[in-house]
Design a protein around this ligand. Structure first.
Ligand code: AMP
Length: 550
């Protein structure tokens, strides 16, 4: 008979992260830029106490385990207290993206059957408008102190967050839940059809927190001051509220203002060492810092993901500002981290330009995630850096199915079941470094050959006059589709269509060079900062290509 291990059974619970941070890093700060306009300073000990009070308050309101506590909120300490207070007590924290259309917000809240809705002050008019459509919400909680409560509101029994919390004594013991209990829900952006819910568990969240803090992932430590620019309503701010507690890092939460100036001031005043966000946010920060001739005094490294990070952006941050850029890939269905680009000893033996090429890719998996690429028939493709296929993943923090759906989204690889199809098209090279070439629905298929829109965008972004670039498929009578480059110029920069097309010469195969360029004032972005290619394609559907290869 096999011998069983004789170690303690401790379920992997979100409350244990907070208990650890409060016990061993009680005075480490949580600094928040509030929607109310000021800067609020708290500590892990205070967040832990108020999270327990929040759990008591929810119970007093009649919430029972499994009830969904929804948020419409920016990054801030009250949001953090809801994260821990709800999940820790067996409730489910449902973060809703406030940048979605109001009808979508209502649809999501109803689909998740949210029992309580907590929201920041600036969302009061939105929630007042939505309230009649919210069929399951029993309590509305405004995330402010008493002095900011409105004199009147159309919301029935509008509650004040601080008042609810202050009413409780915090003498609360976190329940020993089954580690597979649902802890939080996040909906995908839903670019096609209705959004779908990913339901995370305590176990998946803890595993993700451990893995994402590792040196070859986000490398978080008790010496760090971490500012997640990525919102807490988007895949739990890439898990940083959890990994910061796990390592005892100082946490800086930027509130609603994510423009270059506001971020820069917070980076400097709080001594931020590490940050994480989508490329569009860094565009704003870099533009501001450059225009003012500023430097960073503490900022050392950042993870960039959510969309492909243009190599030109990496170069600027690294060479002009000494900030290490770690390119990462993930998605809502993966909690979100899947791969990050860091070099190991094998790769460090390569010549510098090959090392750079690897760092520009979306990177290597972290332990806990497995990935491969397959063709349309489910056969694995070679890891040669050339063969592009559908990226599939599996692991302890990958969804098994979507909320409310019994149907399994999983596929088989060479007959082996249990892989999640990401919807991304990628290559994997002999080093195991993955590179996304496209979202499968954004792929450009010219004469039966795939052209990577990301490759073409990255080249355009390296042109000094280009602020932002997107490449979409334009209909072509002979080739079916041809690439069309859509560009936002930098303020005061001038560049012509011909100059931009000439810029591609020698940088990519001739047949992949875009056929045409359209200049626009701005590109449409999704609620999570990605370029909305579907909308762009729709806007430009009548565009007639100026140049067509024979
Ligand atoms: P979301 O679930 O909203 O986080 O979106 C996930 C999707 O964003 C992925 O499936 C990719 O299409 C895209 N994505 C995330 N990170 C990257 C990256 N580093 N490069 C290219 N695309 C990315």
């Amino acid at each position: 008979m096999s011998l069983m291990g004789q170690m303690m059974q401790q379920p992997l619970l979100i409350s244990s992260l907070l208990q650890h941070a409060a016990r061993h890093f009680p005075n480490v700060e949580i600094v928040s830029k509030r929607v109310e306009g000021d800067v609020h300073r708290s500590t892990w000990a205070a967040v832990a106490r108020r999270s327990r009070q929040f759990a008591q308050a929810m119970s007093r309101l009649g919430c029972v385990p499994g009830d969904r506590i929804a948020t419409l909120a920016w990054n801030g300490y009250r949001h953090l207290e809801i994260y821990y207070g709800s999940s820790g007590s067996g409730l489910v924290c449902h973060t809703i993206n406030p940048r979605l259309f109001p009808e979508q917000i209502a649809w999501i809240a109803n689909d998740a059957q949210d029992a309580v809705l907590c929201f920041d002050l600036n969302f009061l008019p939105l929630v007042e408008k939505l309230a009649p459509q919210l069929t399951s919400v029993r309590h509305f909680v405004l995330m402010v102190g008493r002095s900011h409560m409105p004199a009147a509101s159309s919301l029935p029994n509008l509650l004040c967050f601080d008042e609810l919390v202050d009413l409780e004594d915090g003498a609360y013991t976190w329940p020993q839940l089954d580690e597979n209990t649902a802890s939080s829900i996040c909906y995908t952006s839903g670019t096609t059809g209705n959004p779908k819910g990913a339901v995370y568990s305590h176990r998946s969240t803890l595993l993700h927190a451990y893995a994402s803090a590792l040196p070859d992932a986000m490398n978080c430590s008790a010496r760090d001051t971490i500012l997640p620019v990525v919102p807490m309503f988007h895949v739990n701010a890439w898990g940083l509220p959890y990994s910061c507690a796990l390592v005892g890092a100082k946490l800086v939460l930027p509130g609603p203002h994510l423009d270059g100036k506001s971020l820069y001031e917070l980076f400097e005043s709080e001594g931020v060492t590490f940050s994480a966000g989508v490329p569009t946010v860094w565009l704003g920060l870099i533009t501001y810092v450059k225009s003012q001739g500023l430097k960073f005094s503490s900022f050392k490294r950042t993870v960039i993901g959510g969309s492909a990070c243009p190599p030109a952006m990496m170069k600027t941050l690294q060479e002009d500002f000494g900030v290490e850029v770690i390119h990462a890939w993930g998605m809502t269905e993966l909690s979100p981290l899947g791969t990050l680009s860091k070099l190991g000893t094998q790769q460090l033996k390569l010549p510098p330009n090959e090392q750079r090429k690897l760092l520009e890719k979306q990177g290597h998996v972290i332990y806990g995630i497995d990935m491969t690429i397959i063709d349309d028939d489910g056969h694995a493709l070679p890891w040669d850096g050339q063969s592009a296929g559908n990226l599939v993943v599996r692991g302890g923090w990958v969804i098994d199915r979507y909320y409310g759906s019994e149907a399994s989204p999983l596929v088989s690889v060479d007959g082996e079941p249990g892989w999640f199809p990401t919807g991304d098209v990628a290559t994997i090279d002999a080093h195991g470094f993955m590179q996304i070439t496209d979202r499968s629905k954004d792929v450009i298929k010219s004469g039966g050959e795939w052209i990577s829109s990301i490759d073409l965008e990255n080249i355009a972004m390296a042109h000094p006059a280009v602020h932002e670039a997107a490449v979409i498929a334009a209909k072509h009578p002979k080739w079916d589709e041809r690439p069309l480059l859509v560009v936002v110029k930098k303020p005061d920069a001038s560049v012509s269509r011909e100059e931009l097309l000439a810029f591609y010469e020698g940088r990519i195969a001739k047949w992949q060079i875009p056929d045409d360029v359209v200049f626009v004032a701005e590109l449409p972005h999704t609620a999570t900062g990605k370029i909305q290619k579907l909308k762009l394609r729709d806007q430009l559907k009548d565009h007639v290509l100026a140049q067509s290869p024979a």
